[in-house]
Design a protein around this ligand. Structure first.
Ligand SMILES: C[C@@](CO)(OP(=O)(O)O)[C@H](O)COP(=O)(O)OP(=O)(O)OC[C@H]1O[C@@H](n2ccc(N)nc2=O)[C@H](O)[C@@H]1O
Ligand SMILES: Nc1ncnc2c1ncn2[C@@H]1O[C@H](COP(=O)(O)OP(=O)(O)O)[C@@H](O)[C@H]1O
Length: 321
């Protein structure tokens, strides 16, 4: 009799930008209370999970050399967390995870969280688990604050440490230009810098998120552009002063407004339409203020399988000896 090995599963998963990010005080567990509005963007990673006799993680693409391939990789942590959730023993984790990265590493666009979310979706299919997206999000929240959002995508209001989500209506598609910096920024370091700036003075804070919700419902990028705001921006700029120049250059190139995404250092520029985004991207890439420029649109759906219409392929028994 032939053993049946399930075919590999490939999942595409979006990046995110924070349209609004209000940071409260540090909690006893070291996390800060957040109110944020996430939007999932078409800039994405692709993650393939496959049954194998040689478990591990492979990384290709954007920033591949700065992504760990061992037990610290968020995708591998997702494998272990899902196995624990469904009671699979650790020594039976015969899974290979291949990451094709388009999302900048340590860029404030939740690339590691995206890979964890994609791995959960891919493995749930590979192992034929009957878990809902809400159940996967519960597992995901133990891995990182941004993982649940990468599972749902769209546009959402996040509270708590960003893991408690409510969908937000966004009419039409918004068009973005993303400026990647030379190097990443560490998220805990940026939160620490904000604490330091706040203890030394009182940096301005973003207001209520209500007007942002209204602008999203109107679908008018000009209205939304006036409201982009991020409490972490001052901290990211304090650690990486060159970002000031990048933000100015995007607006000079014709964007409606720019913001640091999450903890940075990626800068996200909102444009009036797709054509304008291409023109802004072309001008910004010649301005010498960043490493790479990409265009993207949002909102897009969360982690979802691509292809996946193959049926399980039989393999000779010795492959599983
Ligand atoms: C800042 C945000 C905004 O969306 O995005 P990124 O810039 O990382 O993409 C997120 O809150 C990041 O989420 P994520 O990258 O998943 O962070 P986690 O792994 O949960 O936390 C990493 C570290 O960041 C700090 N942290 C994170 C979230 C939070 N609400 N308060 C914090 O103080 C803590 O020091 C924590 O140990
Ligand atoms: N699959 C992964 N992809 C990217 N980074 C990862 C991954 N797994 C672990 N990391 C680590 O997580 C850190 C944060 O990466 P990332 O999620 O891309 O950034 P951010 O938190 O700024 O959105 C990186 O510096 C890297 O060392």
């Amino acid at each position: 009799m032939l053993a049946v090995v399930p075919p590999p599963v490939t999942v595409r998963v979006p990046s995110k930008v924070n349209l609004h990010l209000s940071v409260g005080d540090a909690r006893a567990d070291g996390f800060h209370e957040l109110t944020t509005i996430f939007q999932a963007l078409s800039l994405s990673d692709e993650v393939t999970v496959a049954a194998t006799e040689e478990p591990g993680v492979e990384v290709y693409g954007e920033g591949q050399d700065s992504v760990p391939t061992g037990g610290n990789n968020l995708a591998w942590r997702a494998v272990r967390a899902l196995a624990a959730r469904v009671g699979r023993p650790e020594d039976e984790l015969k899974v290979r995870v291949v990451l094709r990265k388009g999302i900048p590493v340590a860029g404030g666009m939740a690339g590691g969280s995206a890979d964890a979310a994609a791995t959960l979706v891919g493995l749930a299919s590979l192992w034929r688990l009957e878990l809902t997206r809400d159940e996967l999000a519960e597992v995901g929240a133990t891995l990182g604050s941004d993982v649940p959002f990468a599972l749902y995508g769209g546009t959402a209001l996040g509270t708590g440490r960003g893991e408690q989500l409510v969908p937000v209506l966004a009419r039409h598609t918004f068009h973005w230009v993303l400026a990647f910096d030379q190097r990443g920024l560490s998220t805990p370091r940026v939160f620490g810098e904000l604490d330091r700036l706040r203890s030394a003075g009182d940096p301005p804070r973003v207001g209520s998120h209500d007007p942002v919700v209204e602008a999203l419902a109107s679908g008018d990028p000009r209205q939304l552009a006036l409201l982009l705001g991020n409490d972490l921006q001052a901290a990211a700029v304090s650690l990486r002063p060159g970002l000031r120049r990048t933000l100015r250059a995007g607006v000079s190139a014709g964007a409606l407004a720019g913001t640091v995404s999450g903890s940075g250092p990626t800068c996200a520029f909102l444009c009036v339409d797709a054509e304008s985004a291409l023109a802004v991207a072309a001008e910004l890439s010649g301005a010498g203020v960043c490493r790479t420029v990409r265009v993207a649109h949002g909102p897009v759906p969360g982690a979802r399988m691509v292809g996946g219409d193959e049926s399980p392929r039989p393999v000779p028994p010795q492959a599983h000896a």
